[in-house]
Design a binder for this molecule. Structure first.
Ligand SMILES: CC(C)(COP(=O)(O)OP(=O)(O)OC[C@H]1O[C@@H](n2cnc3c(N)ncnc32)[C@H](O)[C@@H]1OP(=O)(O)O)[C@@H](O)C(=O)NCCC(=O)NCCS
Length: 144
């Protein structure tokens, strides 16, 4: 398994099956815009040229925000999420900013576990943030 910077070429490979293989919340156009943004950085995990997952950050003037982390459905629960998150944390540290923040649906227990294991702390809740129903948990990791 190796991690690379994500490119438009990678998107071209996965775009047809983005929702089926990865996550129903993402679509090609949004991801393309993200990849073209100067202040975003996306990475991919590959094995024998197969894309197993990707993740991205937004480097704002004040902190780094995790935009997304998603592992291919049939490759989950094998430690790949942890691997890509470790790389994202290293990338965030290289910016010299102080915090990596994120929002996660409080019902997403696996993602919450992944982030808590990596040292993120809960700093707030946004009530009914998702579909006016589920709460979002705001988390922060001190990068210094
Ligand atoms: C959240 C996600 C990225 C995790 O990636 P992953 O590769 O499956 O996670 P890992 O294998 O590295 O496991 C991370 C932790 O979750 C646990 N875990 C993973 N899948 C699990 C499952 N099905 N049931 C219970 N625990 C599980 C692991 O045991 C591990 O905890 P541990 O280190 O204490 O053992 C992946 O499930 C995903 O892509 N989900 C859909 C997109 C999403 O929700 N992204 C987060 C948005 S904020």
């Amino acid at each position: 398994m190796e991690i690379f910077e994500m490119t438009i070429k990678d998107l071209e490979i996965i775009k047809e099956n983005l929702q089926r293989d990865f996550d129903e919340f993402w679509n090609e156009n949004i991801l393309r815009e993200e990849l073209l943004c100067q202040d975003r950085k996306y990475i991919v995990v590959k094995e024998s040229n197969e894309i197993l997952g990707f993740a991205g950050i937004w480097i704002s003037p004040t902190d780094v925000e995790l935009m997304n982390i998603v592992i291919k459905k049939d490759k989950r629960n094998k430690g790949i999420g942890k691997k890509i998150l470790d790389e994202i944390i290293n990338l965030a540290k290289s910016t010299n900013l102080e915090y990596l923040t994120l929002e996660v649906n409080e019902k997403n227990v696996i993602a919450c576990k992944l982030y808590k294991n990596a040292g993120f702390n809960v700093i707030g809740i946004r009530k009914k943030y998702y579909n006016n129903t589920d709460n979002a948990i705001i988390m922060k990791l001190d990068l210094k």
